[in-house]
Design a protein around this ligand. Structure first.
Ligand code: GTP
Ligand code: MG
Length: 204
């Protein structure tokens, strides 16, 4: 009698363990499926000098419309989905006194978007300094860099090629980078930017 009850207890235990392992396997498969189907969120930061058009770009990404903005104090954050790839996009204020705290947003960043006001020739050297200082930061070692040459609608604005040259992008071998001309008011150039961002996180 005692022998039968021990055997049935053991059987129950085996069934229980099998059940748990099945559930764990299912969980593993589910996690895998979610990552394959793009449920992971990729962190993106948008930086650049004040008035470059960062916030306008963030909301053009999100709503496909030009919104009215005021200078950002701190940051804005939105989730942007590109054909099942999710980006968590932080738009950080670019005023002089705010730039010293950009580093606090760097952790786990996969893509840095540097927005350049293509009409602002005087401050391009300052942008270059900010860019190279930022790329030297260890928390951005693995980040890809997207440079948006914004405000292309303004007559006489610098071309993407001029901006690349002034920022000495050709000297950057530590990070994958890409330059895109755009206009945040109309959205021109922004779908191509999102495609590039998606291609970056898919290859990784
Ligand atoms: N003509 C033109 N104006 C633009 C464009 N993008 C943004 N602007 C204007 O530039 C000004 C600044 O835009 P914001 O998006 O607020 O700039 P920002 O980079 O977020 O500035 P901070 O928050 O101060 O760092 C606004 O008046 C925008 O309407 C563009 O592509 N073309
Ligand atoms: Mg802003």
């Amino acid at each position: 009698m005692k022998c039968v009850s021990i055997r049935s207890g053991l059987l129950d235990l085996i069934v229980f363990v099998a059940h748990i392992s099945h559930l764990l396997n299912m969980g593993f498969i589910l996690t895998k499926m979610l990552s394959v189907f793009g449920d992971t969120e990729h962190k993106v930061i948008i930086v650049g000098l004040d008035n470059a058009g960062k916030t306008t770009i963030l909301y053009q990404f999100l709503t496909k419309e030009a919104v009215h903005t005021s200078p950002t104090i701190g940051s804005n954050v939105e989730e942007i989905t590109v054909r099942k790839t999710h980006f968590l996009v932080w738009d950080i204020g670019g005023q002089d006194n705010l730039r010293a705290s950009w580093y606090s947003y760097y952790g786990n960043t996969e893509i840095v978007i540097l927005v350049v006001d293509s009409t602002d020739r005087e401050r391009l050297t300052l942008t270059k300094e900010e860019l190279h200082q930022m790329l030297a930061h260890e928390e951005l070692q693995n980040a890809a860099l997207l440079i948006l040459a914004n405000k292309q609608d303004v007559k006489g604005s610098m071309t993407a090629a001029e901006i690349s040259q002034c920022l000495t992008l050709d000297s950057i071998s530590s990070h994958p980078w890409h330059v895109q001309a755009c206009c945040a008011l109309t959205g021109e150039g922004l779908p191509a930017s999102l495609d590039w961002m998606k291609s970056r996180v898919v290859v990784n």
